[in-house]
Design a binder for this molecule. Structure first.
Ligand SMILES: [Zn+2]
Length: 292
């Protein structure tokens, strides 16, 4: 576990003070997981004591020289699924009038950089609040698909792409998350390009193939998938086979991730800061990558 004093923030998205708070939070979480008492671990009126033992993830040192925000800023113009309403903020308090600033949000659960919980595509899948929190901190493997995407927006990660990554970087680590880097985040300011909508209304953007997702589910120990496109399925699908296969296995995914091109293909750790709304199928999510 890293000490806050050695944290060096090299990239955008977080200043030193924020990073320090973040590191303290990580360390508080680590203390809680080893059973030491912390203020954060004490039950409150809203959170009754949980008699279950705190799960112990496999011990791992988390490198944190660099912290990179993989989250798009969510605005009313951020590309979303056709037919959805964009996020709307209604101001409820101003500092000048009320002494504090606050808004009310109207936002879909699958807007912006967001989590899909298993319940999104499986009848008995976990909703957001029930997902094992240890799975949200994971070694991150980044699969670079940019070459194939250049001439084919319907390109998908194959089993071959995954085994090629393993030849270079070793077997996918236990409990890891696997990210598709297609370079699609560069289109986030242009909804038509991001969705790849053709004349028939069919969408075109890269994703994971069904075979690759089945390989990661059955042959490797992978907690989640991340993509820099709108969906883990390619845009042209009508059936969403990867969503059904992956979320049906009780695993999570994060869609519309940013800046994967700045993350090393191997050696980073991803933190997925999900909302904890009861019965939610997902939600806008802050995603960070750490490495040194
Ligand atoms: Zn989604």
């Amino acid at each position: 576990m890293c000490a806050p004093s050695v944290l060096h923030v090299a990239l955008a998205g977080m200043n030193r003070r924020e990073a320090l708070h973040f590191a303290v939070g990580v360390m508080a979480g680590a203390l809680a997981s080893t059973g030491e008492k912390t203020a954060a671990a004490r039950p409150t009126e809203e959170t009754p004591p949980d008699p279950r033992p705190i799960p112990r993830p496999p011990q791992r040192a988390i490198a944190a020289d660099t912290i990179l925000d993989l989250t798009h800023t969510l605005t009313p113009t951020f590309p979303i699924w056709p037919g959805n309403k964009p996020i709307a903020l209604t101001n409820t308090s101003t500092f000048a009038q009320h002494g504090f600033y606050a808004n009310r949000w109207d936002v879909g659960e699958h807007h912006g950089t967001h989590l899909d919980a298993p319940a999104h595509c499986s009848a008995d899948g976990a909703t957001v609040e029930a997902i094992e929190p240890a799975s949200f901190i994971a070694p991150l493997a980044v699969i670079d698909l940019r070459e194939r995407v250049k001439n084919n927006p319907d390109a998908a990660v194959t089993v071959d792409d995954l085994t090629t990554w393993e030849k270079r970087h070793g077997r996918l680590p236990k409990g890891c998350a696997v990210a598709l880097y297609s370079g699609w985040d560069q289109h986030a300011g242009d909804a038509k390009a991001f969705l790849g909508t053709d004349a028939t209304g069919t969408l075109h953007f890269p994703g994971f193939s069904q075979d690759a997702a089945a390989f990661l589910r059955d042959e490797r120990d992978v907690v989640g998938l991340l993509v820099d496109t709108l969906s883990i399925d390619i845009g042209a699908t009508q059936e969403f086979p990867v969503h059904k296969l992956w979320l049906g296995a009780g695993k999570w995914c994060v869609e519309c991730v940013a800046h994967l091109g700045r993350v090393p293909p191997s050696g980073a750790t991803v933190f997925v800061g999900t909302p904890k709304v009861k019965s939610a199928s997902g939600g806008p999510t802050r995603v960070l990558a750490l490495w040194s």
